[in-house]
Design a binder for this molecule. Sequence first.
Ligand code: S3P
Length: 682
Amino acid sequence: MIRVPGDKSISHRALLLAALGSGTSRLSGVLPGADCRSTARILRQLGVAVPRLPDDGSPFEVEGVGLRGMEAPASVLDCGNSGTTARLLLGLLSGLSVEAALTGDDSLRTRPMARVTEPLTRAGARFREEGKPGRLPIRILGPPREPIRHRSTVASAQVKSALLLAGLGAGLEVEVVEPVPSRDHSERMLRRVGVGVRSSGEAPHEVALAQVPGSLDSLDLQVPGDISSAAFLLVLGLLGGRSVEIANVGLNPTRTGILGVLERMGAELGRENLRETDDPAGEPAGDLTARPTSLRGVEVEGPEIPSLIDEIPVLAVAAARARGTTVIRDAAELRVKESDRLRALAVNLAEVGVEVEELPDGLVIEGSDRPLEGRVRSFHDHRIAMAFGVLGALPENNIELDDRSVVDVSFPGFWELLDGFAGSAGGGAATRPGSPARPGSPARPEPSSPPRPVVTIDGPAGSGKSTTARAVAQRLGFRHLDSGALYRAATLALQRSGIPEGEWSDRGIEHLQQLEITLTPADSGFDVRIDGESQGEALRSAEVTARVARVAAIPEVRTLILEPLRRVAGLGGVVADGRDMGSVVLPDADLKVYLTASLAERARRRLLQEGVQPDAARLEEEARQLAERDAADRSRPVAPLRRPPDAVSVDTTGLAFSAQVDRIVEEVKAAIPDLTEPTIDR
Ligand code: S3P
């Protein structure tokens, strides 16, 4: 039996409601994918002690801070690629009157947010759009003040949930009408923590917050496997020549549309060990099996669409291998998912030789059994990558994918499972190449592959973090990730733009947003490129050095560089140094080190670094300046210097450099016991 990672929608909601509870919640099976890590990281920024999400879905506890306990965050809340995180938090935080700015990666910043902010604005909430109209970044300025009533034109669980959470936070009535029922995990989980939620259950679907208690019960919840992830494996079982059995999959009736459609296509699916099927506050689950079958084309449209909205990519792939024509309609929402999925599917299917027509709201796909071949793109979308991974793993197909790493958003371990299946079923090799996913997920079957951990080293000015990080990386065979180089690249780009310095924080940002600043693995670290061009020594010029601190203090610059930093850190095998690497940039790092040294020692090192002889007067002056800088760094509004609470402090006063490096290498080995070999190929 295979297990798939926890349900993404339920995991997000479990983290949020556990955080708002009044006691200790115990959660297990939570999806450790990048999207839920974004929610967990943001909760930490709001003052909730959420531990690192376990890679294997094992249980952990969250101490709720109560309905009024969240703190205003010190920095921007980055939702990464996760639409659910962004929309649910826009609702919840506005309801709680927590002033915060939310942003996301390039894809999320193109997705519509007005569907949440507009109904809340009508109820009196205030937001400031800091990017394009209706898109992130958005700053929450004030709470809704009147009952929230909304008739939505789309069946969106994110919109419905955002409004319910806003009402919960603000203590206001909520009534939402959606054209047909969307997934109802929020309604079920709210009931579970003691909130009264009414639901008409049929189209048009009316949902209302009936009664909000003064405090929420804690949760004791086991998150079932994600049917949206299981769907990829079911199609593989139907078409890949070998049965699959998947244990403990969520079977909430608002999510199981894909099962009905596959059955209409001729699939034989088994459902066993069914649980919690009648509990209005529970989540039905059970085991699923799929046996090899030949499929026929099908029509999918209307009220069925919301119940399988995330499964359409894999359905399109099944359709490409079915007899006859498949028509999908009423699915225009797919154009505003992690990518324009209708376009992405049409482009990729055509690329590998499938006859496909793109409709404004759907696809017409002609199935065939001829071998499919070609190079496809992920469009930075996890489900597009996985759908074509499945197509590539079917017998006789030969499909290359540009980027495999994106699957981490919802299904860490997907490629290992798929490669194992393709090998044992004698099917086509699953698509390659691309960067490997981070290790450790419920589905990852290879405990023997060397771990690729992430280590962060932060500390005050003069603590020697960057030389130390370089030496530690070298000793471990990791790459050194020097975040400062990205700030230097941003500074260099601004300088070259000719935009006057006084306008760098507005026009300058617009300019930077047009550029692609990337990190490419090179030697023992990373090469910084601007629009594909390596920058080399230009990054170290005196002009750049003189201005880089100012540029690094612009919040939007810090947000812009989060993505390239997190992207390369996601490859693992990295020692990253900076000011906020452990606290803001990579809060899920495997080991966080915070370097300190006495003021006198740091002053001495800085003078030596500058080639100045450290006599008593100079030492005193340097120490005074450092103390001032420490105070300013700690209180600055942007990326203040803070020791991450889960960091290991290493005081290097009196330690020779080599002893200091030894000490940190020991800490890494203690924190990551199966670390053996250097992990990068140079
Ligand atoms: C989700 C709702 C759906 C779905 C998404 C997760 C949720 O989005 O596509 O993957 O957890 O509420 P919409 O609400 O935009 O349809």
